[in-house]
Design a protein around this ligand. Structure first.
Ligand code: AMP
Ligand code: MG
Length: 419
């Protein structure tokens, strides 16, 4: 389990400001909820994957550089390899050979000589600098220097980028295209990464229709399943099954039983206190243990977390915006932890921004306001309702506003993104 201070820093929360509702004594604060969730998440067994398949995975161990980079001294330019001390503007040098990239011809640089050389070609022994071809005038087998040359000019030294044995990737670090470039340059073809998390998604609600059917009166299209699926996909989670259940306990219990061999089950809707909210009894009937229910965040208060043996179960509120925010705050760190992410890598990226319009939280829960971050400025959406998916589609960042907190236009705020 993460120490409190690390958890706090995941969302940069100030513990003294966190609210535990006095009205609902069982509503728990966000950091406490995350602590409890993460304490249940055991990283999955690492696996070996081809480098090409490692994108988005997390390194299972530190990786040390097998070789130095560059592996040998070489030229950074097309030009001439020379001995700097024999050079000055106007000096005339004899071209004695040519060293292309690809194989070492073992030519030797001597005072008064120049060797034609190309970018990436090994620097001949004896030479200590390269002069660009643009800085010489070629006359037959001779060149005349048009600029000064210092030792080391346009030479890429062996080990100048990476020393052999140096740590190049840390355990828990996400493998990005940039990381793949580094590992490929090291001749690494496969790496150990954290296990692949699997998920089952269950949407609940009598009113839900799928996009392939025309809407009947009173129905709405299921927005949550595709959204949850997409976010999980982005995180590298394999979605194994998707189900849509009516508001009937038995139907939800069956879907939960069917998904129990996955690492996580994510259920949306039916987690509130309505007479037709069946997720809690359905989970109990499926043998799951309820770990927490109701968290002091807005949107997303009815969020639920439980488990049955190794399967973690998340109940998200049905409103798509609430489902999205609770996915980011609780499910995202949980699945990343399963996949072997470091504390750093599970943290939502956070930035400083100037607030484009004043905000006030007159509620009792910390409010994650959605908005657009552009050019260093954060503009909260005018409509913050939790059913409003157009606003959600226009937002790319969250601002946390504490209960009673007023923030004026132009103040610097810390906002969170999820890319
Ligand atoms: P619930 O959490 O089941 O009380 O649902 C809260 C609101 O979210 C209701 O207006 C539901 O119609 C809506 N809702 C529930 N599930 C979904 C879904 N999968 N897609 C879109 N809206 C939903
Ligand atoms: Mg419902």
């Amino acid at each position: 389990m993460l120490p409190r201070t690390q958890l706090q820093s995941i969302f940069c929360l100030d513990w003294r400001k966190l609210v535990v509702s006095t009205k609902d004594s069982d509503v728990i604060d966000q950091a406490e909820a995350l602590t409890r969730i993460l304490s249940r998440m055991r990283p999955l067994r690492p696996r070996n994957v081809a480098l090409a398949d490692s994108l988005g995975c997390f390194a299972a161990h530190d990786i040390a550089a097998p070789i130095a980079l560059p592996p040998f001294d070489n030229s950074a330019m097309d030009g001439y390899a020379i001995l700097a001390r024999s050079c000055h503007v106007g000096a005339r040098l004899r071209v004695t050979g040519e060293q292309p990239a690809g194989g070492d011809l073992h030519l030797r640089g001597r005072e008064g000589d120049a060797i034609r050389i190309f970018t990436g070609a090994p620097l001949p022994d004896g030479a200590d600098a390269v002069i660009m071809q643009e800085d010489v005038e070629r006359q037959g087998e001779q060149i005349i220097l048009r600029s000064e040359v210092r030792p080391g000019d346009f030479v890429r030294r062996s080990g100048g980028d990476v020393a052999a044995g140096q740590k190049i990737v840390s355990a828990g670090e996400r493998i990005r295209p940039e990381t793949i470039a580094l590992l490929a340059a090291q001749g690494v073809c496969s790496i150990e990464v954290g296990g692949e998390a699997t998920a089952a998604i269950i949407a609940t609600g009598d009113e839900l229709a799928s996009g392939s059917e025309p809407l009947r009166p009173g129905q709405i299209y299921d927005a949550n399943t595709p959204m949850i699926h997409a976010l999980l996909q982005e995180l590298g989670v394999r979605v194994r099954s998707v189900a849509c259940c009516a508001d009937r306990q038995e139907s939800i219990t069956n879907a939960v039983q069917a998904g129990r061999d996955c690492d996580v089950i994510i259920i949306s809707g039916g987690v509130s206190v309505g007479a037709r909210d069946f997720v809690k009894p359905a989970l109990a009937a499926a043998g799951a243990q309820l770990e927490l229910w109701r968290v002091a965040v807005k949107p997303g208060k009815p969020f639920l977390f439980g488990h049955a043996s190794q399967c973690a179960m998340f109940g998200l509120p049905g409103n798509p915006v609430s489902a999205f925010v609770t996915l980011l705050l609780f499910v995202r760190p949980a699945v990343l932890r399963l996949m072997g992410a470091s504390d750093d890598a599970i943290r939502l990226p956070s930035w400083s921004a100037s607030l484009a319009t004043g905000v006030f939280n007159d509620g009792e829960r910390p409010h994650y306001m959605r908005g657009a971050l552009r050019g260093g400025e954060f503009l909260p959406l005018a409509r913050q309702e939790s059913h409003a998916v157009f606003g959600l589609s226009q937002s790319n960042a969250l601002l946390l506003v504490q209960p009673g907190q007023r923030i004026a236009k132009g103040e610097t705020v810390r906002i969170f993104t999820w890319k």
